[in-house]
Ligand binder design. Sequence first.
Ligand SMILES: [Zn+2]
Length: 323
Amino acid sequence: MAKHKYHFDIESLSFKKIQHTLKQKIIIFFQHFAVSFVMAVLLFVVFLFYFDSPKEKQLKREINLLLNQYDLMNRQMSEVTSVLQDLQQRDDNIYRTIFAAEPIPMSVRRAGFGGVNRYSKLEGYKNTAIIKETAMRLDILSKQLYIQSKSFDEVIEMARNKEKMLACIPAIQPIKNKYLTQVASGWGWRIHPIYKIRKFHYGMDFMGATGTPVYATGDGSAVEVTRSIVGLGNFIRINHGFGYETVYAHLSRFKVKEGDKVKRGDVIGYIGSTGLSTSPHLHYEVHRNGVPVNPKDYYFRDLTPAEYEKMIEISSNANLTFD
Ligand SMILES: [Zn+2]
């Protein structure tokens, strides 16, 4: 039943039914509609800001789950990183040491990624930091793993070539013990026999009669056979590969020529006193990767422990060299 509205007419002192025209009715309708609309919008906005829709609630749950996953993944990556570090240390300190290879420099192992920003796509979000950090850690980890696997390839190759390498690395004395009159002087600071000043002696001097045979101390090839009346005198340089070279100086005669392949124990020349030398002796040097090293560490093939001790004792005497 439609409700009627009345108003009190003070002239006639009676209630009169209000009769709206159509226009008034339309205006009233729109007024009601406008109020309802504004209310609805207000409620909607309030709802939007303070309450989540079921879909939003679900998305938030998923984001939380993903963040937890990221957290877990980062912890697992820390574990993997520490396992990798262990492998790297074992690689440098054991495997590469066995085969006398240089450790892989930290700068190579720890190298990052320079240049372009690889992670620009990940920027501008609330959780950018954790996602970016995880992506970076994963990239660094996979690069380090790659370097490590390359190193193991090298170690495997070195293990395969072990026999060849062991034949090439200098490992005997260049003069037979029975011909030795004296190991005159070894590696280190010595008084120079001619200049009479302190000079670093980068090799070992073996005293012997002129004409005593000199042996190649490892397999290789004679890359330099030089005649000279100064410095090292007549000398031979043998390249053994694997970063090793040996030098035999002050020789009286050669038994090899440049380019000849030699085997460990082959006679390559004879003791003399050519060049800067005070008496017949062999000046012997071992070079590793272009740097002279102490030859005493390269006689492991033919000396007994007692002979080795004796050799070290004699060679470390700070006596004169014969240069
Ligand atoms: Zn010398």
